[in-house]
Design a protein around this ligand. Structure first.
Ligand code: NIG
Ligand code: FE
Length: 404
């Protein structure tokens, strides 16, 4: 096989997810992939002769639906242990916050993760990543945040990088050392001092694509968030934020002022926060799995986000405490049922807007010159991906032009 690997996909019904593309009618076309990118897209009759001559492989998709590969832009995929016993406590009436305040929650996963070897963290994370890939994920963001000490946070970030080098999936890493205050620190401020000291070497070592903070009454204040953001941005590293999940903290106004890529969760987002995000071009990442699993009742202000034209992404937020799901397709359904996104908005949330939330311009829509990361689905129309749940109609997942 030549390095360019020129492949023709025939009989494709393509939903490009570009802003202007029609939702009701697909583009009936062929797709040429070369060198891992989309090289040409259009009706077979218009395929230039020179392109036809270069084709090395051909696949007939039998009229199946093709979309961009799915992008899960918010996960905590690397950790040890489970929190199934905490789930039982919550069923008995304890809350997520009260469990966290009594030393459980994030800190329980931190204790297990500190004990784990890099090999076992990688093995567990690979199984989880494979589950995401089985539903069409081609790019995943992975956060640290269950170490809360230099060595374990670094191990998490390095494991995420290794995962991306081992499996056919792109991994974007996010340093979330400011996830909770570990027991050995007297104050949140003292811990933030330490985190700021760790960030520089991690960034210099190429371990970090973005920096995140859990801005919450059980996490860090807006002022502490600001200190972490300034340290990250001083090193040229973009920022994002867990914001307004359990309470309003003004995190979105702050994050927007720092040009954050995204603000995530947003159940308690204010109107001022929506406008700040709109002006900054910050993506709203909605996480219906955590909303469902914590039995939240306040929904993110989707109408306000829509009206202000804030791009809306959705993600699994896979983590052991508040969203132990590995199903991006279920998130499509939950984004519609709980947050009233249309099926087209939900799919845009797992493709083009998820790419923007990660600062990626080379994917998320199907267009010439973009990466050839695609999903081929056994459905007549991609609205069926949102309509059904517990169903996986993925026929093929194409990663960088490689057919499985
Ligand atoms: O995104 N909100 C903070 N972080 C995670 C939950 C982490 C945990 O409970 O382990 C989230 O929901
Ligand atoms: Fe999260």
């Amino acid at each position: 096989m030549k390095a360019s690997n020129v492949t023709l996909l025939r009989n494709a019904r393509v939903w490009t997810m570009a802003a202007e593309a029609p939702w009701d009618a697909p583009q009936e076309c062929v797709v040429v992939m070369a060198g891992g990118l989309i090289d040409w897209l259009g009706p077979l009759a218009h395929l230039p002769a020179a392109k036809t001559a270069a084709i090395e492989h051909e696949f007939d998709l039998g009229g199946r639906a093709v979309t961009p590969g799915l992008i899960d832009c918010h996960t905590h995929l690397i950790y040890a242990g489970t929190r199934a016993a905490e789930f039982e406590r919550r069923l008995q009436g304890e809350t997520y916050e009260s469990i966290a305040q009594s030393g459980g929650g994030i800190r329980a996963t931190v204790a297990a993760t500190r004990q784990a070897t890099a090999a076992s963290l990688l093995a567990d994370a690979m199984r989880r990543a494979q589950a995401l890939m089985n539903e069409g994920v081609t790019t995943v963001e992975i956060k640290s945040g269950y170490g809360l000490e230099e060595a374990t946070e670094r191990r998490m970030l390095a494991t995420a990088r290794t995962l991306g080098q081992t499996l056919p999936i792109t991994v974007k890493t996010t340093a979330l050392a400011a996830h909770a205050v570990p027991a050995e620190y007297e104050s949140a401020d003292a811990y933030i001092d330490a985190v700021i000291g760790w960030l520089g070497p991690w960034i210099d070592d190429g371990l970090v694509d973005a920096v995140d903070v859990f801005c919450e009454r059980i996490g860090f204040s807006a002022r502490q968030t600001q200190r972490v953001f300034e340290a990250a941005l001083a090193r040229g590293c973009p920022v994002k934020l867990h914001a307004e999940q359990l309470s309003w903290q003004g995190g979105c106004e702050l994050a927007s002022a720092y040009g954050a890529l995204s603000c995530d969760h947003l159940e308690h987002l204010s109107e001022a926060g929506v406008h700040a995000m709109a002006s900054a071009g910050t993506v709203a990442v909605l996480l219906p799995g955590a909303y469902y699993y914590l039995r939240e009742t306040q929904r993110p202000p989707v109408d306000l986000l829509r009206r202000a034209k804030v791009p809306i992404a959705i993600a699994t937020d896979h983590n052991p405490g508040s969203s132990p799901t590995l199903s991006p397709l279920l998130m499509l359904n939950m984004a519609a049922t709980f947050f009233h996104l249309t099926p087209a908005e939900a799919l845009a949330g797992l493709t083009c807007h998820a790419a923007t939330a990660l600062g990626l311009r080379d994917r998320g829509v199907i267009a010439e010159g973009r990466r050839a990361d695609l999903c081929v689905w056994d459905v007549d129309h991609p609205r069926e991906l949102t309509y059904a749940f517990g169903v996986n109609p993925l026929h093929r997942r194409v990663f960088a032009g490689q057919m499985p």
